[in-house]
Write a protein that binds this ligand. Structure first.
Ligand SMILES: [Zn+2]
Length: 313
């Protein structure tokens, strides 16, 4: 089976979608979180919000803008993560500037020009950290350290020193980037019909494969032995978990194009929550599609118990 190859095309509207959603989405989410964080910073929840909006914005822009260039998708996924996290710290810097000038005004009992308070703050940051502006602010915040604690707990939590604060920020950024890319990449590598300029439709289930037959099934598909691969597929949903789910995906606009074969692994955690992950996505010719679908064995009779209960592990 040959892999799906994206056409590396980005229409003009695609660039507009990417630029608009990565900059606006990232700036809005980062800015709002910085605003709320003046009162409370929700550990894990706020970074998760930044991760999923960053990845979600890129994925939506890719879909709406019909972006079929993996490198462009990945670069914008990374860029959106960077903008989101930058907007969060930039927002905090902005709000700190605001409260700093209010403090100065309260102390002096008179209104002061914004340029003057900014100059005062910069002089302070320069003296404390050797840098002014945003960089000086980041360095100063790191020097103060942040504390990691449970939300709502009365204690101040675990304080982090300067080095660990930088490391903590880098980890936060790395996680945001990782999730953002993990969401952007599959969106941009999804099958697209170049004739109709449409994304392929959702998959139509042709059957499932038990876990103990999944390896041989995947191997035979990869080796283009579709008739043999089909013998491992069962039209009913096999009760064993994990299992493979086998779907065919077509262009909604035409019958001419190739058919995409998508195989996902369905598993459940201890709480019974299901999770699907793609294990295979490739293109089938018309002939291969027929071979595969026609060779799937008919479902067994009602009293025909499952044979071959082989021991796993
Ligand atoms: Zn089509």
């Amino acid at each position: 089976m040959k892999p799906y190859r994206p056409s590396n095309k980005v229409p003009g509207t695609g660039w507009v979608w990417l630029l608009a959603l990565s900059t606006l989405g990232g700036a809005v989410v980062g800015g709002v979180i910085a605003f709320v964080a003046r009162w409370i910073y929700l550990l894990l929840i706020f970074p998760a919000l930044m991760e999923f909006t960053s990845g979600g914005c890129t994925a939506i822009a890719v879909k709406k803008g019909k972006v079929r260039h993996p490198l462009v998708g990945v670069v914008f996924g990374a860029l959106t993560g960077l903008i989101t996290y930058g907007a969060f710290h930039g927002g905090e810097y902005f709000f700190t500037q605001q409260s700093f000038s209010k403090q100065i005004e309260a102390e002096l009992g008179q209104e002061i020009d914004a340029a003057e308070t900014n100059a005062l703050m910069n002089a302070f940051l320069q003296e404390q950290t050797g840098s002014s502006g945003f960089l000086g602010y980041l360095k100063y915040s790191a020097k103060q350290g942040i504390s990691i604690g449970r939300v709502g707990s009365s204690s101040d939590g675990l304080p982090l020193n300067e080095t660990f604060t930088w490391i903590y920020w880098l980890i936060e950024l790395a996680i945001i980037e990782a999730i953002s890319l993990a969401m952007a990449k599959p969106a941009v590598e999804d099958p697209f019909c170049e004739t109709c300029a449409q994304w392929y439709a959702e998959g139509q289930r042709i059957g499932t494969v038990t876990n103990d037959q999944s390896e041989i099934f995947l191997n035979t598909v990869q080796a283009d032995q579709m008739v043999q691969a089909a013998t491992h597929i069962q039209t009913r949903t096999v009760p064993t978990i994990p299992r493979l789910e086998v779907d065919l995906r077509k262009c909604p606009g035409c019958d001419q194009g190739e058919v995409a074969l998508e195989v996902q692994r369905y598993s459940e955690n201890k709480k019974g929550e299901g999770k699907r992950s793609q294990v295979l996505l490739g293109m089938l010719s018309h002939r291969q599609t027929l071979q595969l679908t026609e060779a799937i064995p008919a479902p067994p009779g009602p009293d025909n118990s499952e044979s071959g209960t082989s021991q796993a592990g």
